[in-house]
Design a protein around this ligand. Structure first.
Ligand SMILES: CC(C)(COP(=O)(O)OP(=O)(O)OC[C@H]1O[C@@H](n2cnc3c(N)ncnc32)[C@H](O)[C@@H]1OP(=O)(O)O)[C@@H](O)C(=O)NCCC(=O)NCCS
Length: 153
């Protein structure tokens, strides 16, 4: 199993995974290509025997701040430590890019994802202003030291 940056040729498959787990994302393939080519988003893919098992997308939102837009492992591969490895890989990459704050959204009911984020120091900072897929969503944040900084809205 290896983790590497996804390129344009992976986007069709990855956008299918995105539509399944994050149906509220309305960004089309063309927009993904544009953002990747502009270096605004990075997508890491987990690959085994040339198959994509999961991905993590991060976006550089402003100086020193990144957002994890999506993290997903294909259903049959879940619960085997792949999501955790992907997240650790992404966080290491962000710290090397001098990112000081990483934010993300997670559904309140998503116990597995929340446990994974909390285990790496992410802290709850508030409820997102709207529901996604009709579910209450939390905002979480990780500061560079592992402590969530004071959130200024
Ligand atoms: C959330 C998701 C990415 C986790 O990936 P995974 O490969 O299934 O998870 P892992 O096996 O790596 O376990 C990750 C963490 O979940 C926690 N965990 C595992 N099984 C769990 C369970 N049954 N209940 C609660 N927590 C659990 C553990 O804390 C583990 O973290 P650790 O490494 O600190 O021990 C994956 O389940 C997924 O793709 N879900 C659907 C999409 C999604 O919800 N994405 C997150 C959106 S914010």
């Amino acid at each position: 199993m290896k983790i590497e940056k996804a390129s344009e040729k992976d986007l069709r498959e990855i956008t299918q995974l995105i539509s399944k787990d994050f149906p509220y994302v309305k960004r089309g393939l063309g927009k993904f290509k544009e953002l990747i080519n502009a270096g605004q988003i990075i997508i890491f893919k987990v690959v085994e025997k040339e198959k994509i098992l999961g991905f993590c997308e991060v976006q550089f939102v402003e100086e020193g701040i990144a957002r994890i837009n999506g993290l997903s492992v294909k259903e049959t591969w879940q619960g085997k430590g792949i999501g955790a490895k992907l997240l650790d890989h992404t966080l290491k990459f962000l710290s090397e890019k001098n990112i000081e704050r990483t934010v993300l959204l997670v559904k309140q009911s998503n116990k597995r994802a929340k446990a994974m984020y909390e285990g790496r120091g992410f802290k709850f900072i508030g409820l997102y202003h709207r529901k996604l897929d009709n579910k209450v969503v939390e905002e979480m944040e990780l500061g560079i030291s592992g402590e969530a900084p004071v959130y200024v809205s």
